[in-house]
Design a protein around this ligand. Structure first.
Ligand code: GTP
Length: 443
């Protein structure tokens, strides 16, 4: 996410940090580079111009030039302005005071509307709501089926009528059905087109007038850059939108759409799609996103993901086991599964502050390694997991066969596990810190 922009900005800041006291020329030179980085990231030209003017004006002020750590002050100004550009404070979804909320999903074909409707239903369900999905994309029968599939994936009901060719009627009936089924949220998936046209807008306006949605959410594909911003402008002018869901941010290395859309349309990004899976929808936090772009990580989202994925009771049990040295391969497998629930490795790593990844890091290899470890442990018997010391050569061959790996792979895992246990032992010795002998293997 935003990796190429992030890399460039961090390089600029690194050079600034190396300078100690800054002159006006230093700041202006740095701002030229920031400007270039933003333009290369496909941020709207006018937005970039305003951004650079504001930051330069603030940064060239006496405060920064006389400050003890001028570079940090400049970075802070850039950070604050970036937060403002991304929307300032968080903008949450509005719920209707009536207790029944309707969200109308709109957007171009392929923007991720149907997938996002499912993700949103899943997210709201996790928050204790009872959502219903309504399939109003009547032009593509596959789209109705797709919505039914995502509804099933997240465990919510879906209202569809394969025989009707009247999207307004389906929308109205869907709302009635939602109310009758005691749902408190209806998410209406509408049809998309390849391009904006009058017919599409007329249909959307008719649906809007018929169901009076609590919010109209525009789904935008981040990877289409300034085109996405133009789409947002058109939808907002012709239909009126309340918020934006920016999808495919996981594949967007530039960030131009996310950084321009609020400034251009005045409408906030409320959610971010960060992958193809149903859990891959996050509330959009401008401050956290700015932190990520500037390479400061996003520790808050990381903690939230960990809290969602990690079962508190299990974590406490694990801590006890670690202390009493009863940690087995079974617990190891459990840990692995919990980490995997937090999302792809690349996403988790990008949220850790201070970690700057240069070039292509092979996350796929990391994911494959995790899968391999899981397969190996899954091929062991319960006894073997509890006490790996009984795993002799013939057992190793059987485990390798069963998991589609090699005996070397099994040996490597067993060694890693033993090393880990040895490390735990050092930790659990209250004197280890005093001895000053302990060294992490990677230090
Ligand atoms: N990587 C990634 N892929 C996404 C995300 N959101 C959606 N997609 C993918 O984008 C593709 C298009 O998504 P759909 O939900 O079918 O798009 P749509 O806007 O409903 O398209 P129509 O039904 O044709 O109007 C699918 O392959 C999705 O899996 C995201 O946040 N990240």
């Amino acid at each position: 996410m935003f990796s190429s922009l992030s890399e460039k900005l961090q390089d600029v800041f690194k050079r600034l940090r190396g300078k100690g006291k800054l002159t006006e020329k230093d700041i202006k030179d740095a701002m030229k580079e920031v400007k270039l980085a933003l333009l290369e990231a496909d941020v709207n030209y006018k937005v970039v111009k305003d951004f650079i003017n504001t930051v330069t004006q603030k940064a060239v002020g006496e405060e920064v030039l006389e400050s003890l750590t001028p570079a940090q002050q400049v970075i802070k100004i850039v950070y604050d302005e970036m937060v403002r550009l991304l929307g300032g404070s968080d903008t949450k979804l509005t719920f209707s005071p009536s207790g029944f909320s309707i969200y109308m999903m709109v957007g171009l074909q392929g923007s991720g509307k149907t997938t996002t409707a499912g993700k949103l239903a899943g997210l709201l369900k996790k928050q204790g709501k009872n959502p219903l999905l309504v399939a109003c994309d009547i032009y593509r029968p596959a789209a109705i089926k797709q919505l039914e599939v995502v509804a099933q994936k997240v465990g919510v009901k879906c209202f569809a009528d394969y025989n009707s060719k009247d999207a307004v009627k389906i929308a109205k009936e869907g709302i009635e059905f939602a109310k009758a089924s005691r749902c408190d949220v209806a998410i209406v998936d509408t049809a998309g087109r390849l391009h904006i046209n009058q017919e599409l807008m007329d249909e959307l306006v008719s649906i809007k007038n018929a169901i009076k949605p609590t919010e109209i959410l525009l789904v935008l594909d981040a990877m289409t850059g300034q085109d996405a911003v133009n789409v947002a402008t058109a939808f907002n002018e012709q239909l009126g939108i309340d918020g934006i869901i920016m999808t495919k941010l996981d594949g967007d290395t530039r960030g131009g759409a996310a950084l321009s859309v609020k400034a251009i349309t005045g409408k906030p990004i409320k959610f971010a799609g960060v992958g193809e899976k149903m859990e891959d929808l996050e509330a959009f936090h401008p401050d956290r996103m700015a932190s990520r772009i500037l390479g400061m990580g996003d520790i808050l989202t990381l903690i939230e993901k960990a809290q969602e994925a990690i079962d508190q009771k299990k974590a406490e049990e694990l801590e006890k086991k670690l202390r009493s040295m009863q940690f087995t391969l079974e617990d190891f497998l459990d840990q692995l599964k919990q980490i995997k629930k937090m999302g792809p490795l690349s996403q988790i790593i990008s949220m850790i502050p201070g970690i700057k990844l240069k070039g292509d890091v092979d996350f796929d290899a990391g994911e494959k390694e995790l899968k391999k470890i899981e397969a190996i442990i899954n091929s062991m018997t319960k006894e073997e997991r509890q006490d790996p010391s009984i795993i002799n050569s013939s057992r190793k061959r059987r485990i390798a066969m069963g998991s589609g790996t090699t005996v070397q792979d099994v040996n490597r895992l067993l060694k890693q596990f033993e090393d880990m246990k040895r490390m735990m032992k050092q930790f659990s010795n209250p004197n280890f810190a005093k001895k000053g002998k302990f060294k992490f293997p990677f230090m």
